[in-house]
Design a protein around this ligand. Structure first.
Ligand SMILES: Cc1cc2nc3c(=O)[nH]c(=O)nc-3n(C[C@H](O)[C@H](O)[C@H](O)COP(=O)(O)OP(=O)(O)OC[C@H]3O[C@@H](n4cnc5c(N)ncnc54)[C@H](O)[C@@H]3O)c2cc1C
Length: 390
């Protein structure tokens, strides 16, 4: 039997494995990470590569290693120049961040602990939990759910209808999407107003100048982060944690999040590209999409129509609780406590039930608006290190 089974080998699963091994003294042979991809962090690498982003939005102290300064040391040791960090928040370059993450995985031997499979059932046993998967049943004293919303891309109804009719529409985060599946030489519409939409529109426009329209519902919102930095520490979290009512905590999270926003450097790149005629930005929204007999699509907007050869959605993720039927079944079977919004009600140690822990989106009613981010993984690590030592 394992001491710990982590379900999900993304940023959260990897960082928390580092914490359990490096801080809480868990023996490697007693820990496994269950994740369906060919390698750990694959989902992160795919999502970030397809957007075309060059720098993270978060700061240099947010990464998967234990020491907050590790990324700086790594950059210096491996000859990444001064251009590897951007701006006053020292946002790391994506290639540096990914190299460093790979090095951490290798140093901690995490690849050897990766079980390539997908959890499909969760059952309580006398000594802990049993997790069903396509690799058989895995038994552990403690299970950590490190799954996230990145497997639930948001499809507006008109786009789902267009896809069902065989229309040329893709979601940036649908499984297997790569930018080169988009029709070559066609006029493209990118739908979305957040950082991913802007970044992918810029990347596409550099390859197809003048043929990309970024369609956004609202004017560009410029903020450094996707929630104010006060939420990374006690300044805002103290009041959040003092609030016992989870509906009010949910409202605090919603009020703090700044979805559909971009940092200043990305906003400037967009304005520059627009001025240079590389792309158009249109403030409107799709009411209906009509698939024409020649394969093109007429996007009916509030004001006018846009004819395109392909549509790329950068509309983010569905916000409902991640997991799906197998987790829903465990919630019903073991009466796992939920807040009115459907998310887990957990204790300070991020424990949902004896031996069952959560991080990321599933822990946001305890960790606040940054729970899903890399900073959230680090906060979860502080809480879990204490729990694991007990
Ligand atoms: C393009 C992009 C850029 C981002 N940039 C930043 C940034 O700069 N800074 C920042 O702080 N945050 C950023 N984020 C937000 C966040 O940090 C990432 O989404 C991050 O990947 C979240 O890590 P995670 O481990 O929770 O989820 P993921 O990386 O999605 O990993 C979860 C893993 O769980 C697996 N899984 C799901 N269900 C099961 C199952 N049943 N059994 C086994 N495994 C399962 C998934 O396949 C996946 O591999 C960004 C997000 C995106 C999409």
């Amino acid at each position: 039997m394992l001491d710990w089974l982590i379900i999900g080998g993304g940023i959260h699963g990897v960082h928390l494995a580092c914490v359990l091994l490096g801080k809480a003294g868990v023996a490697p042979e007693r820990l496994r990470i269950l994740d369906p991809h060919e390698r750990l962090l694959a989902r992160w690498e795919t999502c970030t590569a397809t957007t075309g982003m060059e720098f993270l939005r978060s700061t240099a102290v947010h990464h998967v290693a234990l020491d907050p300064h590790d990324l700086w040391h790594y950059a210096r040791r491996h000859g990444f120049g001064e251009h590897a960090f951007l701006g006053r928040y020292q946002r790391p370059a994506l290639d540096l961040f990914c190299d460093h993450s790979r090095a951490q995985i290798a140093a901690a031997g995490l690849d050897r602990l990766h079980v390539r499979g997908r959890a499909s059932g969760l059952h309580r046993t006398e000594t802990g939990w049993a997790v069903e998967s396509d690799q058989g049943c895995l038994a552990a004293r403690r299970v950590l759910l490190a799954i996230s919303v990145t497997e639930q891309p948001r499809w507006p109804a008109w786009a789902a209808t267009l896809r069902a009719a065989g229309g040329p529409v893709w979601h940036l985060y649908e499984p297997g999407f790569q930018r080169d599946v988009l029709p070559h030489g066609a006029v493209l519409a990118v739908i979305g107003g957040g950082i991913s939409a802007v970044q992918v529109a810029l990347a596409l426009a550099h390859n197809a100048p003048g043929r990309v329209t970024l369609l956004m519902r609202h004017p560009l919102r410029v903020t450094d982060f996707d929630s104010p930095p006060g939420w990374l520490g006690p300044k805002n979290l103290r009041g959040f944690l003092a609030e016992p009512n989870l509906e009010r905590r949910r409202a605090m999270i919603a009020g703090a999040r700044q979805p559909g926003s971009v940092p200043d450097d990305v906003a400037r790149s967009l304005r520059r590209a627009e001025q240079q005629g590389l792309l158009q930005v249109r403030r409107d929204q799709v009411q209906r999409a009509l698939l024409r007999s020649d394969g093109a699509v007429d996007l009916e907007l509030t004001e006018g129509t846009l004819r395109v050869g392909g549509v790329l959605l950068a509309t983010g993720f569905e916000q409902h609780r991640p997991g799906g039927p197998w987790l829903d079944a465990a919630i019903a079977a073991y009466d796992l406590p939920l807040a009115p919004c459907g998310y887990p009600r957990v204790d300070r140690a991020l424990r949902w039930a004896p031996g069952l822990y959560v991080t990321g989106a599933l822990a946001e009613l305890e960790l606040g608006p940054a729970a899903r981010n890399i900073a959230g993984a680090r906060h979860a690590g502080e809480r879990l290190a204490i729990a694991a030592a007990l």
